[in-house]
Write a protein that binds this ligand. Structure first.
Ligand code: ZN
Length: 279
């Protein structure tokens, strides 16, 4: 009886040991599975674009690993460098070409043209924006608007200028004086923005345009199509051209937006870009 009891105790001990081994084995297997799952989750969720964050994670996992050198540059330095090279590129953009008394346009400059309407030609790269802008005005109920004049060849501008000079000479002015007077009304051929095919003169090409709904609409919305009032009333000293409410110039939406926000004319805006470049 006692022998049987002893055997029972031994069996019970064996049984407990067996169970313990199995439980321990299970715990180890579960821990391994959990670690594997964690590893898989990390592989799938680690950030791809943000190298800084990836580097941080790597450092935590492996403290011996050296931090990546690219991340030691302060963010602001990188941003300034990018801005500078961008500004350099921007100043060479076709849509920012500056034409005035100090910056003449080359006689040979002939952009690729497309017809807007009845012989009115515009730069092929910008004509879509002009069309959209006019369509938007139509949609807003402004039907009494048209482009009277846009691209003029160097020769055409020369002809217009010479005609004005002759007009003043016929009034008894000397050549020099006649040219000076003509220049206040018609641009010299090398100084006219119309040679760029990026300027549109609206309606009657007089300051009566200022009193139209079209003008009010353009003042508010033209920037969205990349157009700016090229010769504003309060910038005559800077542009060197008398106020022209009818003359709108394409510069591109991004530039037009900044010019509108800061109240810059094109001369001021280009100076502003150059300033940003030299920083
Ligand atoms: Zn004009």
């Amino acid at each position: 009886m006692a022998k049987r009891m002893a055997k029972k105790v031994v069996n019970k001990k064996k049984f407990i040991r067996g169970i313990s081994i199995i439980i321990a084995g299970l715990v180890i297997i579960i821990m391994l599975i959990v670690m594997m799952i964690k590893g898989i989750i990390y592989l799938f969720t680690k950030p791809k674009d943000d190298t800084k964050q990836e580097n941080k994670v790597a450092q935590v996992d492996n403290p011996v690993q050296e931090p990546m050198k690219t991340n030691t540059l302060p963010a602001s330095t990188t941003a300034t460098n990018q801005g500078t090279s961008q500004n350099l590129d921007v100043l060479n953009e076709w849509n920012l070409k500056l034409v005035n008394k100090d910056n003449s346009v080359d006689r040979s400059y002939v952009p690729e043209l497309e017809e807007l309407d009845d012989g009115i030609m515009f730069d092929k790269r910008a004509i879509g924006y002009l069309r959209s802008m006019i369509n938007a005005m139509y949609k807003a109920g402004i039907k009494n608007v048209w482009v009277q004049s846009s691209y003029r060849s160097y020769e055409k501008q020369e002809e217009l200028f010479n005609r004005k000079v002759t007009y003043y000479k016929n009034q008894g002015k000397k050549q020099e004086e006649a040219e000076r007077l003509a220049q206040t009304v018609v641009q010299r051929p090398e100084m006219s923005e119309h040679n760029l095919a990026l300027a549109a003169d609206f309606n009657t090409v007089t300051n009566e345009f200022e009193n139209t709904k079209a003008f009010t609409w353009l003042q508010k919305n033209a920037w969205e199509y990349g157009f700016v009032l090229r010769y504003p009333k309060d910038k005559q000293e800077i542009t060197g051209i008398v106020y022209e409410s009818w003359h709108w110039r394409y510069v591109g939406k991004d530039h037009a937006k900044v010019m509108k926000e800061k109240g810059y004319c094109l001369e001021e805006y280009i100076d502003y870009l150059k300033g940003a470049q030299s920083v």
